[in-house]
Design a protein around this ligand. Structure first.
Ligand code: GLN
Length: 235
């Protein structure tokens, strides 16, 4: 399983998800604490944020371990936004290790990351094509295709997870998606935590630090975060 994390709230730097917290994504790339599948997340990493100069998010992703990119810490310190997403990858056996297989996947205003695995045949019917043969790229393509028809993040994640989960009962489908103003995340076979702050919310595969306030989100649920607050509902 890979690890992912997102922020929604007052503008912050990506460094607050990556290298500033003791157990942020950088530490999780080599020493995750709650990972159920795989031991390190060294097959790539990515991050995305929204800047007023662009309608679409800015994305930076690479197919090398996060700790191996010496340029990353400074970039993460100045990548500021009210909506952030980061991910580190542990490729599933048989999946390609390449930039195009690395989250966040993007399309228009949307970004998406996946923790887990799924039979590609369980999602191929939902998308015309994907940028990589990686199962996560197919899941992302399916979600984006659905979003282009009806731009509702929660609905799109729910539909794709329900379809894929039915076709592949062994699938693990923790998805994390955002559009610049809201976050949606599914819990389907892996861990997810939420930490509400005065000025926003962090949603992450596992806690980024040992400070109080982290709450586990139950399996088979959908989390929705927007300026109206955070909601968790069963799937
Ligand atoms: N199956 C996806 C991949 O290969 C995600 C892997 C994961 O969650 N570890 O990239």
């Amino acid at each position: 399983m890979c690890r992912h994390a997102a922020w929604l709230g007052a503008p912050r730097a990506l460094a607050t998800l990556i290298q500033e917290p003791e157990h942020g994504l950088l530490a999780q790339s080599y020493a995750p604490r709650r990972q159920r599948h795989g031991t390190v997340n060294a097959d790539g990493f990515g991050m995305g944020w929204y800047d007023p100069a662009r309608a679409e998010p800015v994305r930076y992703r690479r197919a090398i371990p996060m700790w191996a990119d010496a340029n990353l810490p400074a970039l993460a310190q100045v990548a500021l936004s009210g909506c952030l997403l980061g991910a580190v990858r542990c490729a599933t056996v048989g999946m390609p290790v390449e930039e195009s297989a690395t989250a966040p996947f993007t399309d228009g205003p949307w970004m998406l990351s996946h923790n887990g695995r799924v039979e590609r045949d369980a999602v191929r019917a939902l998308a015309d094509s994907a940028e990589s043969a990686c199962d996560s790229a197919w899941l992302a393509a399916a979600v984006f295709q659905r979003l282009r028809a009806e731009p509702d993040l929660g609905e799109a994640l729910t539909e794709v997870v329900a379809h894929a989960g039915e076709k592949d009962p062994g699938a693990r489908l923790n998805l994390l998606a955002c559009d610049g103003a809201s976050i949606a995340a599914t819990v389907w076979g892996d861990t997810l935590f939420v930490h509400r702050h005065q000025d926003g919310v962090v949603v992450a595969s596992e806690p980024l630090d040992d400070l109080p306030g982290w709450q586990a989100v139950p399996d088979r649920s959908l989390l929705l975060a927007s300026s109206e607050g955070v909601r968790v509902q069963p799937m």
